[in-house]
Design a binder for this molecule. Structure first.
Ligand code: ZN
Length: 146
C-alpha cells in the first residue's frame, strides 16, 4: 500500500503541470532581460580584448620593475598576439615602450637606455638592454618657445 501512495503523489505532481501559465510571465521577464544582456555582450565583446591587453601590459610593467623579465616578456608577447588576432591597434604609448625584437617593456634605467642625439635633427635614441635593438623618435622643437 505504501508503494501505491507515491504513485498517487505523482499525478499530483502532474497536476502542477497546469502551473505552466505562471511560467510564461517568467519567460516574458527573461525577454525583458535579453536586451540588457545583449547590450552587455556587445560592449563586453569589444572591451574584453581591450581589458586583457591593458591587464597584460600592466602586469608586464609590474613584473619588469620587480625583476621577473622572462615572464614580463611573455605577457607582453601574448598581448601583442591578442592585438594581432583581434585586429586592434596598440596604443601609441604602449607601442613606444615595447621592444619590437624581444617584446620587453622598455623602462629607462631598468631595461633600456635613453639618450638624445643631435645629429641632423635632434632625436631620442632608446636602446633595449636585452637585445640591443635601437629605436629612434624625432624630437619636435617648437620655434615659438625659443
Ligand atoms: Zn629588445
Amino acid at each position: 500500500m505504501n508503494v501505491d501512495e507515491p504513485k498517487t503523489n505523482t499525478p499530483t505532481i502532474t497536476s502542477t503541470g497546469p502551473e505552466k501559465p505562471p511560467n510564461k510571465p517568467t519567460a516574458k521577464q527573461s525577454k525583458k532581460n535579453e536586451p540588457k544582456s545583449s547590450k552587455k555582450e556587445k560592449t563586453a565583446g569589444i572591451s574584453d580584448s581591450n581589458k586583457t591587453l591593458n591587464y597584460l601590459y600592466q602586469a608586464s610593467n609590474l613584473l619588469t620593475t620587480q625583476g621577473n623579465l622572462v615572464l614580463a616578456r611573455h605577457y607582453n608577447k601574448s598581448s601583442k598576439q591578442i592585438a594581432l588576432k583581434t585586429v586592434q591597434r596598440l596604443n601609441k604609448s604602449i607601442k613606444r615602450t615595447t621592444c619590437k625584437r624581444c617584446c620587453a617593456v622598455l623602462i629607462p634605467g631598468i631595461t633600456s637606455t635613453n639618450r638624445i642625439s643631435d645629429n641632423r635633427e635632434s632625436h631620442l635614441v632608446t636602446t633595449c638592454k636585452h637585445c640591443k635593438k635601437v629605436k629612434r623618435f624625432p624630437i619636435k622643437s617648437d620655434k615659438n618657445i625659443q
